[in-house]
Each structure stands twice: as structure tokens, then as C-alpha cells.
Design a protein around this ligand. Structure first.
Ligand SMILES: Cc1cc2nc3c(=O)[nH]c(=O)nc-3n(C[C@H](O)[C@H](O)[C@H](O)COP(=O)(O)OP(=O)(O)OC[C@H]3O[C@@H](n4cnc5c(N)ncnc54)[C@H](O)[C@@H]3O)c2cc1C
Length: 432
């Protein structure tokens, strides 16, 4: 029976001929052989949290939720080997119990580890790379059913190629991740006026372990989220405060304001100013990593995100404000600004450059297309590279020009999967 596919945001829908949830590696290999024999295309899906159509299936759709165990924890080397379907939220807790931690996390931990790393999921902190940089080993099931092992000892030269793979090289079966000693996060956040924040960005980036900025357009303040790694005792929020932050304010009050702003766009600027007053308060707490890095699950919305060289961060935000004003857009969601250390992963938006990721988000589609077009133009003018799991215009020429190793990745893809068994329509177009 056909399987209906829908991603988290609901902007990508389709149908797979068949859906599988294998429980062991042999089953996965048999599925690949069977698909290839029948000339079927294979897509993997984790939590379907990508806005871009990377996981959109045509024939066979495979999900590894039942292939999601921790296989080994080496406490001495601080390394963990897992089956590819494990969700980050499960891994976080297991690592914590073993005195270890992922070095960084994004805004949620719902993702599968293979899905999160395939797209270069990142958190923030200029001294820390995206989550894919923590991969030191991978088992990849190829289109011919063979298993390619990549580690620091075997086929090590492929690590920079496979860490961000967009799901097109094969099926990631196992991953070995370099972890760090467990730590907590001290959250010392506050808000500053827009212009003052832009001036302080270079200093804030360097003096904060994990710096994130939230700006609601049309409003005067920027939320300056400053997280510091610490081994101090936990000083968590009260249960009431947690309920207010994670449930009431986001799921009820914010949703109400978003709908109001969507129906009556003139109310967006005053609403965003109100959010400044209510949401941007001085914070002091110490909590576990995922309780600070992760935010409450937001209402469904559109997202696009680009990485630009970090030195352009302030100028790009200034120009973004001008663009929104010039086009008379009414932007009801946050602009999110994060910082990621340079790496050597071929398809990484932070490839060989410390990066400032700017995310443009919106609830409702009234202004979305115009906002996204203006935003993408602006980001490209600063040397931007699209962040794969978010929405982006699939302009192959622009994209291949912005990733220096794009052609090299394409050659490897053609070598490992000459028939494009693991393509989605999107990647078929991008790598044509
Ligand atoms: C609410 C929300 C918050 C988010 N916050 C952040 C954030 O803070 N930072 C950030 O960078 N991103 C963020 N994202 C994006 C998210 O991290 C990525 O979309 C990530 O790829 C989702 O993981 P997934 O398991 O859902 O993968 P999917 O979206 O299901 O798949 C992504 C890609 O991985 C491939 N894939 C999955 N499993 C395998 C496998 N075993 N082998 C080979 N390929 C595989 C799929 O085919 C597809 O190409 C957020 C998304 C949402 C919805």
C-alpha cells in the first residue's frame, strides 16, 4: 500500500510505493538489493524535520526508528557508536548518564542522528563545528549492497565527503561520534537595542561559548542568548517558569499572536514589540545542555537559512532590516543568528570559513515568497551558502559556485551511486 509522506512543516508532501522499518543491517542490505533489482529508488527518512525536499520519496521509503541502538560507548576516548536511526533526544540522555555529551546541539533534539548529520545540522558557538564535524566513523551501505567503512584508520580521506551527505551516497547504517565530557550550560541572556547589538557582535562572539541572537523585525531589541559551558551545579528554572516558557507562552500565547498578525498584518509591528517586552528578559539559570540549547517545539512555520562569512554578520543584519522595511514586509517570526566554526566538510556551509548563519522564518505564506527571494539575494551578495535542510531555491549553478568542493562531491556520488538510486527529485536536479 502506498505510504503518504509529509514533513514536519507540511510544505513537502508525496507518496512512496512502499515503507520499511528494518531492524538490522542485513535487512537494510536486502532492501537495497531488492530495490535495485526492481529498478526502484530509495529514500531514507528520519524525523522528516527538513523543510527542503531532501527526504521526499518516489518508490521505497526507509525509516530507521527500529534500528536505533547504542552499540558501544568508549568512555576513555569519549566516543559512541550508534545505529543510524537513534534520535538525538535519546542519545543526549544516554550520554549524560555515561558522563558524556554531544559537543553542540541545535534548537531541537527530535532528529535522527543520521538525518541531522546528513544535512549539517548546527547549533551555535564560534569555537564549535556543526554536529556532522563530530563524526569520526561511518558505515555506509552502498547501492550495490556492499558496506563501506570509513573511519580515521580506514578510508579516512572520505570523512570530509560523507559527514554531510544529503542522503545521496548510500544508507548510513552506523555512526561513531566524538563526544566530550558532560557539561552543563549557564544561561546569562538579556536583550539589547538593535544597533548596539550589531556593534557588539564581534566582541560577543568571542566572549560567549554559545551566542545566539533573536530579532523580531519591526521591534527595537535583539535577544542576546549567551550560554557558557560549566561544571557548576544545576540551577534550573522553577516548574512554573518552565511551564510558562515551554508551554503557555509558545503553544498558546505566541500562536494566538501569530494568527492575529497573519489575519491583520498591521498588527505585526506592535505584536513584535510586545514580544520584546514579554519574552526578552534577563535570564540566569544552569541546566543540562539540551534544556538550554533546545527550545520548545515551535508552531509550524516556513524557514530558510544561509551561512555567510562571520565578518559580514552585522552588515548583513543591517541590510536585512533595510530590505524588510523597503519591501514593506510584515515579518511575524524571529530572525535567528548563530555562529559556527569553520570545518573541512565538502558540503558544509561553514567549509573553510567561520560562519554566521542567518535564519529567516515566517508564519503563514502571505509574505513568504517575497521575503525568501529578497533574503536569498541578500545572502548571496554576502557570499552566502544555503543550509541544506531549510528551504532554498534549487539554483544548481549558484549553489555549485558557492560550495568549492561541490564538483568533487558530485564525482564521488556518481562513483558510489552511478544510477542515482538514492536521489530525491531535489538532489537529482542539484547534481544533474
Ligand atoms: C523545529 C525544528 C527545529 C530545527 N532546528 C534546527 C537547528 O537548530 N539547526 C539546524 O541546523 N537545523 C535545524 N532543524 C533542521 C533539522 O535539524 C534537519 O532538517 C535534520 O536533517 C532533520 O533530521 P531528520 O532525522 O528529521 O532528517 P530528515 O529530514 O528525515 O532527513 C534529512 C536527510 O537525511 C537523509 N537521511 C536520513 N537518515 C539517513 C540515513 N540513515 N542514511 C542516509 N541518509 C539519511 C534523508 O534522506 C534526507 O536527505 C530544525 C528542524 C525543525 C523542524
Amino acid at each position: 500500500m502506498a505510504y503518504k509522506f509529509k514533513n514536519w512543516a507540511g510544505n513537502v508532501t508525496g507518496e512512496a510505493e512502499r515503507y520499511f522499518q528494518p531492524t538490522n543491517e542485513n535487512e537494510i542490505i536486502e532492501l537495497v538489493k531488492n530495490a535495485v533489482a526492481k529498478d526502484k529508488n530509495i529514500k531514507l527518512v528520519g524525523a522528516a524535520h527538513s523543510w527542503s525536499a531532501l527526504a521526499l520519496p518516489t518508490h521505497y521509503l526507509i525509516n530507521l526508528d527500529k534500528y536505533s541502538r547504542v552499540l558501544n560507548i568508549d568512555k576513555e576516548k569519549k566516543q559512541v557508536t550508534v545505529q543510524a536511526g537513534i534520535r538525538l533526544k535519546t542519545l543526549n540522555v544516554i550520554l549524560y548518564e555515561n558522563g558524556l555529551s554531544l559537543s553542540n546541539l541545535g534548537s531541537v533534539s527530535e532528529q535522527s542522528i543520521a538525518g541531522a548529520t546528513a544535512t549539517g545540522t548546527h547549533g551555535t558557538g564560534i569555537k564549535f563545528g556543526n554536529i556532522s564535524t563530530q563524526i569520526i566513523g561511518m558505515k555506509l551501505i552502498l547501492a550495490d549492497g556492499s558496506v563501506l567503512t570509513i573511519s580515521e584508520k580506514e578510508n579516512a580521506e572520505l570523512l570530509p565527503a560523507v559527514r554531510i551527505n544529503l542522503g545521496v551516497l548510500g544508507i548510513v547504517s552506523e555512526l561513531t561520534i566524538q563526544c566530550v565530557d558532560v557539561f552543563n550550560l549557564r544561561d546569562a541572556s538579556y536583550a539589547l537595542p538593535f544597533e548596539e547589538t550589531l556593534e557588539k557582535i564581534p566582541e560577543l562572539i568571542q566572549s560567549t561559548d554559545h551566542l545566539k541572537l533573536w530579532w523580531f523585525p519591526h521591534a527595537p531589541l535583539i535577544g542576546v542568548y549567551r550560554y557558557f559551558r560549566t561544571n557548576e551545579e544545576l540551577q534550573p528554572r522553577s516548574a512554573f517558569q518552565k511551564f510558562m516558557d515551554d508551554s503557555f507562552l509558545v503553544n498558546i500565547f505566541f500562536v494566538f499572536l501569530l494568527r492575529l498578525g497573519d489575519w491583520f498584518p498591521k498588527t505585526v509591528p506592535p505584536i513584535n514589540k510586545l514580544i520584546n517586552k514579554i519574552h526578552f528578559k534577563k535570564v540566569s539559570r544552569i541546566e543540562k545542555t539540551w534544556e538550554v540549547f533546545n527550545v520548545p517545539m515551535p508552531p509550524i512555520h516556513f524557514e530558510t537559512e544561509y551561512a555567510i562569512p562571520v565578518e559580514h554578520a552585522s552588515e548583513a543584519l543591517k541590510k536585512l532590516k533595510e530590505m524588510i522595511e523597503h519591501k514593506k514586509l510584515r515579518i511575524n517570526f524571529v530572525v535567528e543568528v548563530r555562529f559556527v566554526k569553520a570545518d573541512n566538510t565538502w558540503l558544509s556551509p561553514a567549509y573553510k570559513q567561520d560562519a554566521c548563519y542567518i535564519g529567516a522564518y515566517q508564519y503563514g505564506n502571505r509574505y513568504w515568497k517575497e521575503y525568501m527571494t529578497g533574503f536569498e539575494e541578500l545572502m548571496y551578495s554576502f557570499g552566502g551558502r544555503p543550509h541544506w535542510p531549510k528551504e532554498f531555491t534549487p539554483d544548481s549553478k549558484k549553489i555549485s559556485n558557492s560550495f568549492p568542493e561541490f564538483e568533487k562531491f558530485k564525482q564521488l556520488k556518481n562513483k558510489l551511486d552511478p544510477k542515482g538510486v538514492f536521489n530525491s527529485a531535489l538532489t537529482q536536479h542539484l547534481f544533474a
